[in-house]
Design a protein around this ligand. Structure first.
Ligand code: ADP
Ligand code: TYD
Length: 224
């Protein structure tokens, strides 16, 4: 797989995990910490982040009209369309400017939710992922792992979207696929999502610091 770092001055990081595992919380904490340390940072969530991608998000997630069916192949193409636009319109330009881009979900979500969850061909979905991003892959991916029951309990406060009505067997396939993918892909770092959020954040921060170049703003700032 082509590494995004080749030819791009910026760095792409992604967060993955089942719904309610704590991704958005950690993505935000990391973005804030990076900004404070002097990095230009772009935080995006998938699906979404551009006008087109937000329209697609509404179709995929807010669809509560039972007469509007979404076939699994149509579903994977819609998630991919939303990502293609986000990569072209926002992520590539930000990387070209040297920004740290944090994606709250990226193509691993498609591999586990659509290939494993919806039981589509994993080879086909992976090929589609590469087409949608034109070969762009995250340098590092933080997979926040949490058992289904705990994730469900955490998200009990908000109404379920269309994907979240897919049932327990679906989400068990999704979680198992994340665990399997972690064994395959060196860039994926698995984190126990049952820990307090500050502990998770410190683990991620230590890892990010181990490979991120020095912040441009911090290094160019005049010494006091
Ligand atoms: P996701 O983006 O994976 O769906 P969120 O970050 O939105 O998950 O978190 C889901 C809920 O769980 C939120 O109410 C959040 O405040 C809470 N939460 C997040 N991280 C933790 C944690 N480590 N421990 C306990 N609760 C958490
Ligand atoms: P969202 O509310 O943004 O995430 P979360 O519930 O984790 O906070 O919902 C996005 C939903 O879309 C989530 O159920 C995962 C699903 N999804 C896919 O099925 N495939 C994909 O490629 C992406 C990006 C998301």
């Amino acid at each position: 797989m082509m590494n995004q770092a080749v030819g791009e001055p910026g760095v792409l990081l992604s967060f993955e995990g089942i719904d309610g595992s704590g991704k958005s919380t950690q993505a935000r904490l990391l973005a804030d910490r990076l900004e404070a340390a002097g990095y230009e940072t772009l935080l995006v969530r998938e699906p979404g982040g551009t006008a087109l991608s937000e329209h697609v998000r509404a179709l995929l997630l807010e669809n509560t009209d039972p007469s509007l069916e979404i076939d699994p192949v149509a579903e994977v193409l819609l998630f991919s369309a939303a990502r293609a636009q986000l990569v072209a319109e926002r992520i590539r330009p930000a990387l070209a400017e040297g920004q740290v881009v944090i994606a709250d979900r990226f193509f691993d979500s498609t591999t586990v939710y659509q290939a494993a969850g919806r039981e589509l061909s994993v080879e086909w979905v992976r090929a589609l992922n590469m087409q949608a991003t034109r070969g762009l892959a995250p340098a590092r991916t933080y997979f926040i792992d949490l058992p289904l029951e705990e994730a469900q309990a955490r998200r009990a406060a908000h109404a379920a979207d269309r994907m979240e009505t897919s049932g327990t067997a679906f989400f068990e396939r999704v979680r198992q696929a994340y665990l399997a993918l972690t064994q395959e892909e060196e860039r994926i770092c698995q984190i126990d999502g049952a820990q307090p959020l500050e502990a998770i954040h410190e683990t991620i921060w230590a890892d990010v610091q181990s490979f991120l170049p020095t912040a441009p703003r911090a290094s160019s700032a005049p010494s006091p």
